[in-house]
Design a protein around this ligand. Structure first.
Ligand code: ATP
Ligand code: MG
Length: 243
């Protein structure tokens, strides 16, 4: 597999995301639910981090906040030392698109569109021209060994092929961080291992920071660092245990 290197602005190992006393709740009044409570930690460029914890503990909420898909209610979140409150509207969209790749199950493929059409969508949002979109889309599909499926409707792919298509889509803008929420959750163990290997190749050989929510202990063990969430708080961070 050949994968082009991401465009990196920060030196390896520099802090890329910093969260300080981040709170996030859903609903209001009696229905208010505090999903994240005083979350503080730093993510360094090139790290692989597993976010672990029980169902409902706040893992996906944390991913959404870190990925700037959802704003914290209070606290500070910095990306490359820039206060993310300063990023709004188009600037926020562009930054998110340029910096992050998403492997989320909620970000479904559009079944009636072709595999290639699905993969080039983030570039369309980012305003990349048609010819360049096709070139980069096909290159990403080749990397994931899906070039022969480019014209197939996404609905006709196998589960593992769909997940690889989602990874191809996450790669087209050369992201610095890949956010993956249960990337192997719905896959059989062999296909899951292939997807896992692709993610770690991107991390180890290309320096892409990997932040992955998982219930899979083996996948969590392969990451440099494990952050355990319980009831919206970080209760354990393996980097602090090791330090
Ligand atoms: N839009 C919402 N409105 C109200 N409550 C919500 C909303 N989204 C999430 N929650 C609640 O916030 C808590 C954290 O949810 P979250 O999706 O982050 O959990 P999770 O750790 O990802 O769980 P899972 O492992 O099941 O995916 C849960 O109790 C959930 O019910
Ligand atoms: Mg979740």
């Amino acid at each position: 597999m050949t994968i082009s290197s991401p465009v990196t602005n920060a030196p390896a190992g520099a802090t890329i995301i910093s969260a300080r006393d981040v709170h996030k709740s859903y609903g209001s009044g009696q229905n208010r639910f505090d999903a994240l409570k005083s979350i503080s930690f730093d993510i360094r460029e090139g790290e692989s981090i597993a976010i672990i914890g029980k169902s409902g503990s706040g893992k996906s909420t944390l991913m959404h906040v870190l990925a700037l898909l959802d704003a914290p209610d209070s606290g500070d979140l910095e990306l490359d030392g820039v206060d993310t409150k300063r990023l709004r509207g188009r600037k926020l969209n562009r930054t998110r698109n340029k910096t992050f790749g998403f492997v989320f199950q909620q970000f479904f493929l559009t079944g009636s569109n072709t595999v290639l059409e699905n993969v080039i969508l983030p570039m369309k949002i980012a305003g990349v021209g048609r010819a360049e979109r096709k070139r980069r889309g096909m290159a990403a599909l080749e990397q994931l060994e899906l070039a022969d499926k480019a014209k197939n409707k996404a609905v006709n792919l196998s589960g593992g092929q769909k997940q690889r298509t989602v990874i191809a889509r996450a790669l087209v803008n050369n992201p610095r961080i890949i956010f993956a929420d249960e990337p192997t959750g719905n896959l059989d163990s062999n296909t899951g291992a292939v997807v896992e290997d692709i993610l770690f190749t991107l991390n180890r050989e290309h320096g892409i920071t990997l932040i992955v929510v998982t219930h899979d202990e083996d996948l969590a063990a392969r990451c440099d660092r494990r952050i355990h969430i319980r009831d919206g708080r970080i209760v354990e961070d393996s980097s602090e245990v090791a330090a």
